[in-house]
Structures are given as structure tokens and as C-alpha cells.
Design a protein. Structure first.
Length: 427
């Protein structure tokens, strides 16, 4: 059978009412659970300083903000480890010092505890709470960790809102159209291999009726049950060896995952709870992802430390089989994907350059300049063949290369489904 790789970006679930990246960013900027010493919301303070540094706000979003906090966190995590092993300790604190901007972020006070090695960190923002049992000299790290947790919770809450509504009556037509598209892909002899950068369970949730295609999500070994339903552990051999089954793999984690350490060897396990979202989970636990880099683990991966975190399973296996699927793909469909994750772009690039794989990109641009920019971005990022350079912009929402091997639909995934635009595509 032929293989169709489908990559879902942040714009894909917008058809079901998901918040845009800009909307989530605005919610984080308005969050007042953490403020600077001057009373400015912490995320807004970081945003303003980034805008001043880059002389632009066009590419600053919640991921940029979280990345800034994680950079500060990593610095403080290793600052006090003098004489540590270079395989487990960063040398950054040797070469760099904090400045007044970072000092402005640290709006907390420390209270001693009975244990001389532990303190309580108090967030000085009104109703900010406290963090008892903090190891002495780790105050900044713990404070920043909790700020990151606060912002990640906002992101996860937005994912959960639309996830709960996927099968509501208002989405019946959209879901029916999605199923028609998938049946068309199957009837054309393709195996749909779906990879998402989102943190949802979009396809498995919608395709939940008897007779619907079954999408393997990487977890199929039930190991327990909670009041919400079954708990599954990952099946790495199947992820890596079964490439003939329709799949739905979360390349950057999922709100329906939880993370735990088991055993004396501290083996890490992501577990899947399909009926239970984990929105406020805080894992005060680091994993070595590079020599000297102890990366904190979350059930979703955002910010700019993705490459470190995808070394954890099953993310590592997802990315490995994604690369293999791309190089063997006859068709690649990208939906609402911004091409800003280079570890995802490269397998797509290799498929197109080596195998001349067909590409269908579905995006949203309501102005001519936006449409042309999207076309140029794909051409430049993927270094497509010459015939794509002279693609034609059509009034019906399509940009088509001369060979029809590369096509862009710029009226959004919702229009693509409801108007059966896939019938006009190269699928």
C-alpha cells in the first residue's frame, strides 16, 4: 500500500474551535499569578523585553516566553553545583552572570524551615501561594518552575476546552466531512500515518464509532484503571515496527498523558489515560537530555527545548518512525503547520528532494500578500523543485505548481473539509 503522511499543526484544530497561538499568548500575557517586583505580569515583562531586544513582536508568542523562562531556569538549576560531573552539570554559570532584568523577575521571599537544608518559597504576588520543602539554594529554580507550570496549565486548559467539544452536535458536519476525507485517502490505497504537533487526541476522539478506522496512538497495553477509565503503557516495538497501521502520534506530547518514575533505576514512563486530561500536573523531576543539561519533564513539549525532550520515549520512537514514514511516503499533507519545527521539516524535505513526494499544504491566509508569503515560505523552507517556483494563484483558494505535485489551499482546513476541496487536490 501507498503511504500518506499527514502532519497536523496548531492551525488544524482551529476548525473545531481551538484557540489560535496568538489567543493563547494573550491569555498568558494577561495572567497575574506571577508578577515582577514592580508589579508587572511576569509574562508581559518577558514579552516586552523580548520585543525590545528583537525590535519586533511578529514572532514572539507563548513558546518564546516559555523558552526564555526555561533558559533562566537551566542557568539557576546548575548555578550552585560546584565540583559536579560535566556529564550532568552545565558550565553556563562559569561564564555568565544574571542582570537586573532577571533579578526583577524574582518576586519571592524565603522562609526557613525546621530542616536546615529546606526552605519555603513565597510567591509575593497577591494570592501567589508558597512552595515548602524547597532545597536550599534552589529557590530561583523552584520559583521559575512554578511560573512555567502556571503558563503550561493555561495552554493545556485551552486544548482541553475544544477536546471536550469535538463530538458535540455543532461539529457533526465537520466530523462527517473529515471521515469522508479519510475514507477517500484509504480508498485511494493510502495508509494514513498521522503526526500531530498538537497536544490533543483529535482523530481518535472523532473516529470512535463502530466501523471507523482505528488509529494506534502508541499506547495499547492496559496496565490499570482509574475512575475515568483505562490506563495504557506505551508499546515501543509496535511503534517502531508496525508501519502499515493507521496511526495518530503526538510528536510533542499530549494532555492525556501522565509521567512517572518507576523503580530504583528511575526508568521514566509516559502513560496514556484517554479519558482523563492532566492539566495542572507538575513534575519536579529532570531528565538528562544532553551532557550537562537536566531538562524538566512535562506531558506537553513547548518552548525551544523540543529536541532535548523528544529524546524521551515514546517521543523518540515517534520521531524515528516519522522520518521513516516520510522517506517512504507517496504523499505528504501538512495542515495548519507553520514549518517552524526544523526537526519536522527535514524529514519532509528529504522526502520531496529524494523521492519527489507530492505535497499538499492546507493553511489560512485571507489576503493576497499572506497567500503569496505562504507559498514562498514553503518553497524556500523545503527548497522545492523549480516547477514550484512558478505556481499559479487561483481565485478558488488554490496555489498549484506546474506539475500539480505541490499544492497549497489557503482558505483553511474547515473550508477544505466542508466544501469537499480535497476532490480538487492531488490526493
Amino acid at each position: 500500500m501507498k503511504r500518506a503522511v499527514i502532519v497536523l499543526g496548531a492551525g488544524a484544530p482551529n476548525a473545531w474551535g481551538a484557540s489560535l497561538t496568538s489567543e493563547i499568548t494573550e491569555l498568558i500575557l494577561q495572567d497575574k499569578n506571577y508578577k515582577t517586583k514592580s508589579g508587572i505580569p511576569l509574562a508581559k515583562f518577558i514579552y516586552d523585553n523580548l520585543a525590545k531586544y528583537y525590535n519586533s513582536t511578529s514572532s514572539i508568542n507563548f513558546e518564546t516566553i516559555i523558552n526564555s523562562l526555561e533558559t533562566i531556569q537551566n542557568y539557576y538549576m546548575n548555578k550552585t553545583v560546584v565540583g559536579g560531573n560535566p556529564n550532568t552539570t552545565s558550565s553556563a554559570s562559569i561564564w555568565f552572570n544574571t542582570n537586573e532584568i532577571i533579578e526583577e523577575l524574582m518576586n519571592f521571599k524565603v522562609e526557613p524551615e525546621g530542616d536546615p537544608e529546606r526552605v519555603t518559597v513565597h510567591n509575593l504576588t497577591e494570592n501567589g501561594g508558597c512552595f515548602p520543602g524547597t532545597p536550599k539554594s534552589r529557590e530561583e529554580t523552584v520559583y521559575i518552575n512554578h511560573a512555567i507550570k502556571d503558563y503550561l496549565t493555561i495552554v493545556k486548559q485551552q486544548i482541553n476546552i475544544y477536546s471536550l467539544n469535538l463530538n458535540e452536535p455543532e461539529n457533526n458536519d465537520l466530523n462527517t466531512s473529515l471521515k469522508e476525507l479519510l475514507m477517500h485517502i484509504l480508498n485511494q490505497g493510502y495508509i494514513p500515518r498521522i503526526y500531530t504537533t498538537n497536544y490533543d487526541s483529535l482523530f481518535p476522539t472523532i473516529f470512535n464509532k463502530s466501523g471507523d478506522p482505528d488509529f494506534f496512538d502508541g499506547f495499547d497495553n492496559q496496565i490499570g484503571e482509574t475512575p475515568f477509565g483505562p490506563v495504557f503503557k506505551m508499546n515501543l516495538p509496535r511503534i517502531l515496527n508496525d508501519n502499515t497501521t493507521p496511526c495518530y502520534y503526538n510528536l510533542h506530547g499530549c494532555i492525556f498523558w501522565e509521567y512517572e518514575a518507576t523503580g530504583d533505576d528511575r526508568v521514566s514512563q509516559y502513560r496514556s489515560t484517554p479519558n482523563e486530561a492532566h492539566l495542572g500536573t507538575f513534575i519536579n523531576r529532570g531528565e538528562l537530555t544532553n551532557p550537562g543539561e537536566n531538562t524538566l519533564v512535562h506531558n506537553i513539549i513547548t518552548g525551544y527545548y523540543k529536541l532535548q525532550r523528544i529524546s524521551l520515549e515514546p517521543l523518540n520512537s515517534f520521531h524515528s518512525i516519522f522520518t521513516q514514514d516520510c522517506i517512504n511516503a507517496h504523499l505528504i499533507i501538512t495542515i495548519g503547520y507553520s514549518f517552524s519545527d526544523y526537526h519536522i521539516n527535514r524529514p519532509i524535505l528529504n522526502a520531496i528532494r529524494i523521492n519527489d513526494t507530492r505535497l499538499l499544504h492546507i493553511t489560512f491566509g485571507n489576503q493576497y500578500s499572506t497567500q503569496v508569503e505562504e507559498f514562498s515560505k514553503i518553497k524556500d523552507l523545503l527548497r522545492l523543485r523549480d516547477d514550484f517556483k512558478s505556481g499559479t494563484l487561483h481565485e478558488n483558494g488554490w496555489i498549484i505548481s506546474d506539475s500539480r505535485k505541490q499544492m497549497v489551499f489557503h482558505k483553511g482546513f474547515k473550508d477544505f473539509l466542508l466544501n469537499n476541496e480535497w476532490k480538487n487536490s492531488n490526493i
